[in-house]
Design a protein around this ligand. Structure first.
Ligand SMILES: [Zn+2]
Ligand SMILES: [Zn+2]
Ligand SMILES: [Zn+2]
Length: 95
């Protein structure tokens, strides 16, 4: 099964390059960061206490995230539960 979502993406710069948007507001901690390739939301991973990246998908319906960890290059579609290559357009916004 191939992912129909990745080709519709037009990545934008991260909204909160310093960390998870919600965790920064509440003073929470995170383990790893994920970048929403639809709106630039930065959220924390499922190993983090608050799992804001997954919550963002549920609330906003934006299906594709990329790792926002330094040097990591992979993307994930929540809707298809599928690994994806990082779209070329997203590369400038990763760390
Ligand atoms: Zn998909
Ligand atoms: Zn968070
Ligand atoms: Zn989003």
């Amino acid at each position: 099964m191939s992912c129909p979502h990745a080709r519709d993406i037009a990545p934008v710069p991260p909204r909160t390059p310093k960390g998870c948007e919600e965790c920064l507001k509440t003073g929470s901690r995170w383990l790893h960061l994920r970048l929403c390739l639809t709106c630039g939301h930065v959220g924390c991973c499922d190993s983090s206490p608050n799992q804001h990246a997954t919550k963002h998908f549920r609330h906003a319906g934006h299906p594709v995230v990329a790792s926002f960890e330094p040097g990591e290059r992979w993307a994930w579609c929540y809707a298809d539960e599928q690994d994806l290559p990082v779209p070329d357009a997203a590369e400038p916004y990763l760390r």
